[in-house]
Structure formats: structure tokens, C-alpha cells
Design a protein around this ligand. Structure first.
Ligand code: ZN
Length: 205
């Protein structure tokens, strides 16, 4: 099964592939996406997806991605440092058998991450987003948040204003963040790429 970060990466590859050569040229050259590295932090999925908008001369691919576990974890007690994926996971079988069916069709397992230091068992853990140093832009939020960012430049004036206030509100509540903020335009562009709204732009002009 693909992780959320991998789905995001595949989705972006599909979007770029679906563009015509002219659209791709505009996106990469005119809108300066060529050579850029964008990191998505999906907090609910505990995953960071680093996307490279770089054309590979060998494979002719326009985009590649890599996924990493996030956040970084530090124990305040013993100073242990690790990643979210290092924490222990408790697996509990869910019993869904019984009156519904005598057949044991499947055994779903409930997984719970134990938020305790793997060395000393301490519960005072400090979390920090996993950041890729060379990223030109970091977008943090859920899939729905990314969709909301994309909506900022779409539709009529009032729709756009409402959407802008919504995104600003989300930013203030730290549900979604775009860093550095001066690259908001690029953030919107990439968000639109994911939600498949880029092609609609070209129809307008
Ligand atoms: Zn510890």
C-alpha cells in the first residue's frame, strides 16, 4: 500500500505528465518552477514528501519525489534523538467476528504509536517537523488544506477573498503553513498543480 506522501508524489507526477509540452514549458520556465524543491509536511500522516521539479536528462522524467518520516523526536529526559518512525507501535487485534458471520474474513489490526522514549521510557518528548534543508518552499497541511490554498486564485472576486481569509485563518491557527511566506505565489501554483487546477488557468488566457 502506498503512503499518503507517495500518493501525493504520484499525483504530482500524473499532473505534470498530463500537461501539454507548452503548458509544461510555461510552468517550468516562465513560472520558474524548474530546479525547485518543494517539501510537503503531512502532519496527520507523519510524513514529509520532498518533491524535485527537476528534469532528469536520462529518464526524461520532469519530477521526482522522496518520502521521509516526520516529526523528529527528542527526549527531554535522556536526550535521545530519533524520528516518529522509531517510536514503538502497539498492535491490537480488533475483534469483528461474532454474530455477523461465522467466517473469519479478515483480522484488522489497530496500531497505536506509543509516545514514549524508546531508551528511558520518558514521556517528555519534544517534536520538531522534519525539514529538508535545501527546500525552496515548505508547505505544511493536510490534503484538504492544500486544496484550500489552490482555491485562493480561482473563481470570482468574493470567492477568492473568502478563500484568502480562510487560508489566512488556517495559517494563524497553524493548521497550514507556507515557508517562506514570500513564496506564497509558488505555494499556490504547486497546490493548484495537485488539485488539477493549473490547466484551467491556461484556458483563461
Ligand atoms: Zn529518554
Amino acid at each position: 500500500m502506498k503512503t499518503a506522501g507517495e500518493v501525493l508524489g504520484e499525483l504530482l507526477i500524473g499532473c505534470v505528465r498530463a500537461l501539454t509540452p507548452e503548458e509544461r514549458e510555461k510552468l517550468y520556465v516562465k513560472q520558474k518552477l524548474n530546479g525547485k524543491i518543494v517539501e510537503f509536511i503531512l502532519p496527520d500522516e507523519h510524513e514529509a514528501c520532498v518533491v524535485y521539479f527537476v528534469e532528469d536528462p536520462v529518464t526524461r522524467s520532469w519530477l521526482s519525489y522522496k518520502s521521509y518520516p516526520t516529526p523528529r523526536v527528542k527526549c527531554k529526559n535522556c536526550k535521545w534523538k530519533g524520528l516518529w518512525s522509531d517510536l514503538k507501535v502497539e498492535e491490537e487485534e480488533m475483534d469483528l467476528t461474532g454474530k455477523v458471520s461465522d467466517l473469519e474474513l479478515f483480522h484488522p489490526v489497530k496500531k497505536t504509536v506509543i509516545e514514549k522514549c524508546t531508551i528511558c521510557g520518558g514521556t517528555k518528548l519534544k517534536y520538531e517537523d522534519w525539514k529538508f534543508e535545501k527546500a525552496d518552499l515548505v508547505i505544511k497541511g493536510t490534503f484538504a488544506d492544500i486544496g484550500a490554498v489552490a482555491e485562493v486564485t480561482l473563481g470570482g472576486f468574493f470567492h477568492r477573498m473568502r478563500q484568502l481569509f480562510k487560508v489566512m485563518g488556517m495559517m494563524m491557527k497553524k493548521e497550514v503553513s507556507i515557508k517562506p511566506l514570500r513564496k506564497l505565489g509558488m505555494g499556490i501554483l504547486v497546490s493548484k498543480l495537485i488539485t488539477g487546477k493549473v490547466s484551467e488557468d491556461y484556458k483563461e488566457d
